[in-house]
Design a protein around this ligand. Structure first.
Ligand code: GLN
Length: 197
């Protein structure tokens, strides 16, 4: 099993470390690799799209030609975990709570409308207890950094809410969170993702 971390910008190292630790604790064999180019994306069995800046990640992937390959691979069933900016990229429509509509490339893999900066600017970052009961994780430390939320969920399974806001969803092999599991000090979401591969 070769798990790729989309390595364009953002929380790459932290996801690599968390995924490696999760594999080790699960006693599973697997390789965790950084994937950036079209060729590297083609060789992974699963992909984590880390948090960072979704517009930057999307545009840089378009520039090096990997954006369409990522889209094709997800459409043909490659398991993917999208985190924060990764969730933004996986969405079908996106608007920004502060500036309104955004012009950014989207993978459109999840039937959701998304609100960027849903909890305010960077300074409003926070941690909160999250429950993902449907996947056997009743309590998780959600780290929200300039996080988005899902304002409208279509054909997806809602895994977690914070108040009225949807902050984790799943559809077949695609899972996405508005918070950062690689910073939680808890590997259960990475483990769940590995299990799904
Ligand atoms: N607000 C960022 C974006 O929309 C996401 C922030 C994050 O990944 N922590 O790209």
């Amino acid at each position: 099993m070769r798990i790729g971390i989309l390595s364009v910008q953002g929380d790459i190292y932290e996801n690599k470390t968390a995924t490696k630790s999760a594999l080790k604790e699960m006693d599973k064999h697997g390789e965790v690799v950084q994937a950036k180019t079209t060729e590297e994306i083609k060789k992974v069995d699963a992909l984590i799209i880390p948090g960072g800046e979704s517009t930057t990640i999307g545009r840089l992937c378009q520039e090096n030609g990997s954006f369409d390959v990522i889209k094709q691979r997800i459409d043909s069933g490659m398991p993917v975990l999208g985190i924060c900016a990764g969730l933004v990229l996986l969405s079908s429509t996106v608007s920004d709570r502060i500036t309104g509509k955004t012009e950014q490339p989207l993978l459109g893999a999840l039937d959701v409308s998304l609100e960027r900066n849903s909890f305010g600017r960077q300074i409003r970052s926070f941690e909160a207890d999250i429950s993902l009961g449907a996947i056997g994780i009743p309590r998780f430390n959600g780290v929200f950094i300039r996080a988005p939320s899902i304002s409208k969920a279509g054909d997806v399974e809602v895994l977690a809410k914070l108040g009225e806001k949807i902050v984790a969803v799943k559809k077949d092999k695609i899972m996405a969170t508005a918070f950062h599991p690689e910073l939680a000090g808890d590997l259960s979401i990475h483990k769940h993702f590995i299990e799904s591969i």
